[in-house]
Ligand binder design. Structure first.
Ligand SMILES: NC(=O)c1ccc[n+]([C@@H]2O[C@H](COP(=O)([O-])OP(=O)(O)OC[C@H]3O[C@@H](n4cnc5c(N)ncnc54)[C@H](O)[C@@H]3O)[C@@H](O)[C@H]2O)c1
Length: 471
């Protein structure tokens, strides 16, 4: 690359690590800092602490050449033109975002500003965080002319994060200074001018040299709101289809047909119209709450977001009740739990509906054998220890002697189960699918009672039909 930028990324989590690897892949010199010493050591030794497609290869390709890992924030900032903050912004009190990690980082940076720096918010933050960052720097005596603050929200999705970062549908840069805008444009130039896509070893994706990535420049406030509003809109879409699914179920309609019929309207679009257990993950729940909190602070009543949250919470309860209705009582029942991560292709279990449902089933006395292709280690730490929780090495082992099989994440391998084999290993052929991975008629033809979301259940035998009385 003709004009590489020296970049420091603070935080080596799902966003920081992906940004680090991708900036190096784009030709920049990157120092990734984390204050978790254990994490830094794993990275320095060539390990990758999270599960994300293409990430190990990219880190291996650039480690010790274009990218290094350290816990020395001061040195990293001193050596960098752009400082990307990618630490967590978890749910705080009353729904507000907890910005203490951001503030801690900004306070720490102050002593290391040895020349003009652009401080970039990569984390998802509420509107006016850019202003607070500026104030904190000023309070610590950093001269206003020695830095600019830019909002550059991240839209990557776990599971496809590398592709999303290198082939973004948009790069949003919220900036109030031309100097900072120039630097951000330089950083993203390989994607916006398309030179990256012309490389023979470029990660493949939607963008190309002929159709490079699009960069949108806005004010910092607008950029901050774009991120919150995007996540809130997606959450609304999910809760909307789940509410329609509940209605569909009550009138014997099929939510998959309905979603197709709605989604064919290009104004609506078919993506994110998948009924299921509701949204999870580290972002949606906290961002919806934080966005609502911001609106409330400004006197705007954004009740739609409150309803979105309530529908999402109810979705897990509805699923639990389906398990109860299918099995009558839960104490001592053996259940196979397929999936622990909040969605496929990630080991992230933060706000995972699967984890919440399993906790509730354990409390009710069920015996759970869980399997997930990537998230078992993390789930083992998050779920209450006890002799009624087991982990299996594959989905068939998890399903052995099960009274029912629960599908809780949408991993591809759960959509490709050898149903004849599954039928042989279970105690009763009952599948309760929170992700609608199968067609009800196919499951009936394979001898299963199949209960899913927003579609009529199909029963293998009369005795599998729900009883006349509540369970
Ligand atoms: N995960 C996603 O899919 C996603 C997508 C878009 C945006 N975001 C946003 O990006 C931000 C980061 O999310 P994440 O999922 O990567 O979080 P994460 O929890 O996976 O990673 C945060 C990292 O920051 C480190 N850290 C915390 N304080 C630090 C400090 N003072 N100095 C150095 N390192 C420090 C932590 O040790 C951790 O490794 C959040 O605001 C999130 O909302 C996340």
């Amino acid at each position: 690359m003709s004009n590489p930028v020296s970049i420091c990324v603070i935080g080596s989590g799902y966003v920081g690590l992906v940004a680090t690897a991708c900036f190096a892949e784009m030709g920049h010199q990157v120092i990734c800092v984390d204050n978790d010493q254990g994490r830094v050591e794993i990275l320095q030794k060539g390990g990758v602490p999270i599960y994300e497609q293409h990430l190990p290869e990219l880190i291996m390709k650039h480690r010790d050449r274009r990218l290094v890992f350290t816990n020395r924030l001061d040195e990293a900032v001193e050596r960098s033109e752009a400082v990307f903050i990618a630490v967590g912004t978890p749910l705080g009190e009353n729904g507000a975002a907890d910005l203490s990690y951001i503030e801690a980082v900004v306070s720490e940076i102050t002593g290391a500003i040895n020349g003009y720096k652009v401080i970039v918010e990569k984390s998802t933050v509420p509107v006016y965080t850019n202003d607070w960052i500026r104030r904190v720097l000023n309070r610590h005596g950093v001269k206003p002319q020695s830095f600019d603050v830019v909002a550059n929200p991240e839209f990557l999705r776990e599971g496809t994060a590398i592709g999303d970062f290198l082939h973004p549908d948009r790069i949003v840069v919220g900036v109030d200074s031309e100097r900072a805008e120039r630097l951000l444009r330089r950083i993203y130039e390989p994607l916006t001018e398309g030179s990256y896509y012309a490389q023979t070893d470029a990660v493949a994706g939607a963008c190309s040299a002929a159709q490079p990535a699009r960069l949108l420049v806005t004010s910092a406030q607008s950029a901050e709101i774009i991120k919150h509003a995007s996540n809130a809109f997606l959450a609304v879409k999910i809760s909307f289809i789940n509410a329609v699914a509940n209605l569909a179920e009550a009138v014997d309609a099929d939510i998959e047909d309905i979603a197709m019929g709605i989604g064919l309207d290009p104004r609506i679009g078919s993506r994110f119209l998948r009924a299921g257990l509701g949204y999870g993950g580290s972002s949606f729940a906290k961002d919806v709450a934080a966005f609502q909190w911001v609106a409330q602070q400004r006197g705007v009543n954004f009740r739609l977001l409150e309803e979105t949250r309530k529908i999402n919470e109810a979705q897990k309860e509805i699923f639990y009740n389906k398990v109860l209705a299918a099995l009558w009582t839960l104490r001592g029942k053996r259940l196979a739990a397929l999936g622990l991560s909040y969605k496929r292709d990630t080991d992230d279990i933060r706000e995972s509906p699967a984890i919440e449902i399993i906790k509730k089933l354990l409390t009710a006395g069920a015996i759970i054998t869980a399997y997930d292709p990537a998230a078992m280690e993390k789930a083992d730490l998050a779920l209450p220890p006890g002799e009624r929780l087991h982990f299996a090495s594959d989905l068939y082992a998890a399903s052995r002697d099960a009274d029912a099989v629960l599908i809780l994440s949408d991993w591809k391998e759960f959509a490709q189960i050898d149903l004849a084999r599954l039928n042989q290993v279970v105690r009763f052929p009952i599948v309760i699918d929170g992700r609608n991975l199968y067609k009800p008629e196919d499951m009936r033809n394979c001898g299963f009672t199949y209960i899913s979301v927003g579609r009529p259940a199909t029963y293998r035998a009369q005795e599998d039909r729900p009883g006349k009385f509540p369970a």
